[in-house]
Design a protein around this ligand. Structure first.
Ligand SMILES: [Zn+2]
Length: 509
């Protein structure tokens, strides 16, 4: 069985199941309706089936979906392919959905052109994920991607049994989420001068004259639509609102919330370590951000909200009278502690609304007192994970030297930064060596990050993530004893058949 991610246990049985066009689907729980329908639609795309529902008298050629106790946990399932029937059982609807993904992989790989019958070897699959956090991130600020592509991206997550979509909605190069209380965020801060013909790192630093024409944003209606689409596929959407750094686009419309109050233009590219941050010395800044987050939590039912906090250049804070007054008043040592104070204030606000906070690992370097989950990204992420575990905080691993999919796949490729090959991703182990059993419990899982400075369109994004996210899927789902790169590479050949059928633009090498 050529399945990715590799299931926990496959028990081969004697016999063959011949599925033909008069397939009957049986389920008795309305919570499974979407998943069953999804299987129906996918089969119809590739086979001329005449599928019927709930015909209890059909003795052969049916698939039965049951919510029952399986011992496989909330995302696990048991898939039994018998001669004449298929039974899918899980404790929760998510497990049924993942079983359907497994079944679809088997069925689509077995497709014989022109045939309307599928022959499957009988077996029993018992499966459940290793980690609860199986994520992919997407930066929609550096380049903007419309909701059709976001849905296609979510389809890819579902195909890989990934369950978290980290949506990087704001950054220096464009604000992408409608906030009703501050309409200029999308009227002005979502648009920049179009310098797409110039390589990203050669674009002028800032204050390029001319009207913004490159960009876009998601209306609140779009966002509700995406959140619902993701939920049907058992994916939690985690919005990220960057603060206090990576926020200079805001000052194109609301400069009063920066230290200097200077109006900027939205940067078209090129900026690294930009010093224009929110001013944590001003009470108005905190109120502005709380107003924004109040709308964000109404749109996103997610347990987590990501507050950013990476790469804060603090040079302007050193000279800002408001920031310096805050440091004195709160008895802080320096600007780093000021960032910690700021993060704690915002986190406390979200905690009071019943939400958990995620921060980049710089924040745990600024304060270990924060109630947050830490995304460990710098280097191998181990130092930050260690710090988080010692403070009894949970961590999500996304080290840039392995899981940043804007890095090249091969040394000779075009693109920025270093190299992280398919095999590097596959061999990645989220739990650091030397972690005790107790510390290991704090590692929720891992995710692939997709920064889009060098990805201007959807084809480029797909090329950069595929098949590296396929390798990641196995890292976060499969048991460590079941992981073997040679075996994965072999299964990947069949998996690519599915990517081809669905017209994804993947790296063919
Ligand atoms: Zn300031």
């Amino acid at each position: 069985m050529e399945i990715i991610p590799r299931p926990l246990k496959i028990i081969k049985k004697n016999g063959v199941n011949h599925i033909n066009r008069s397939l009957n689907l049986r389920f008795n729980n309305q919570n499974l309706k979407f998943t069953v329908n999804h299987l129906h639609q996918e089969l119809e795309k590739f086979y001329q089936f005449h599928i019927t529902y709930n015909s209890a008298d059909q003795e052969l050629n049916y698939i039965e979906f049951c919510l029952e106790n399986t011992g496989q946990g909330s995302e696990g399932y048991i898939l039994e392919i018998g001669s004449g029937f298929i039974k899918i059982a899980a404790e929760k609807p998510a497990g049924i959905f993942y079983a359907v993904q497994t079944l679809l992989q088997i069925m689509l790989q077995k497709k014989v052109p022109g045939s309307n019958e599928i022959n499957l070897n009988c077996c029993r699959i018992e499966d459940r994920p290793r980690f609860s956090w199986r994520g992919m991130h997407l930066d929609v600020s550096r380049h903007f991607f419309g909701i059709d592509f976001i849905k296609r991206y979510l389809d890819l997550l579902a195909l890989h049994k990934l369950n978290r979509f980290h949506w990087h909605l704001t950054d220096d190069n464009g604000w992408r989420i409608e906030i009703k209380k501050y309409p200029l965020l999308t009227e002005i801060c979502s648009w920049r001068k179009d310098l797409e013909h110039i390589p990203w790192n050669q674009r002028a630093e800032s204050n390029v004259p001319g009207k913004g024409v490159y960009g876009g944003f998601y209306s609140q209606k779009d966002i509700r639509n995406i959140v619902e689409y993701a939920a049907e596929r058992f994916i939690e959407v985690i919005p990220e609102i960057e603060m206090p750094g990576h926020s200079s686009e805001v000052f194109a419309a609301y400069p009063e919330f920066s230290c200097q109050g200077k109006k900027l233009t939205v940067a078209s590219g090129g900026l690294r370590s930009n010093p224009h941050n929110f001013c944590p010395g001003k009470d108005e800044t905190l109120k502005f951000l709380q107003d924004i987050l109040t709308e964000v939590i109404e749109l996103f039912p997610s347990r987590y909200i990501h507050l950013g906090g990476d790469e804060v250049n603090k040079t302007i804070w050193k000279e800002c009278p408001h920031c310096q007054q805050r440091i004195r008043k709160e008895n802080l040592r320096d600007e780093t502690e000021l960032q910690g104070w700021f993060a704690n204030r915002i986190a406390a606000f979200l905690n009071s609304k019943g939400r958990n906070v995620i921060v980049w690992d710089e924040v745990i370097a600024a304060t270990s007192k924060i109630a947050a989950t830490v995304m460990c990204w710098r280097g191998d992420g181990v130092g930050a994970a260690q710090k988080a575990a010692s403070a009894r905080l949970n961590a999500i691993m996304c080290p840039n030297n392995t899981l940043y999919f804007d890095w090249k796949q091969n040394p000779g490729d075009k693109g920025a930064f270093g190299v992280t090959s398919l095999q590097d991703v596959y061999n990645y182990e989220p739990v650091p060596d030397l972690f005790s059993a107790e510390e290991s419990k704090h590692i929720l899982g891992a995710q692939g990050n997709v920064w889009t400075e060098w990805m201007a369109d959807k084809d480029r994004v797909e090329y950069m993530i595929l098949p590296r996210m396929t390798a990641l899927a196995e890292v976060v789902w499969s048991d460590i004893e079941n992981r073997n790169f040679a075996d994965f590479s072999h299964r990947l050949q069949d998996f690519k058949q599915i990517l081809r059928q669905e017209n994804y633009n993947f790296n063919q090498r």
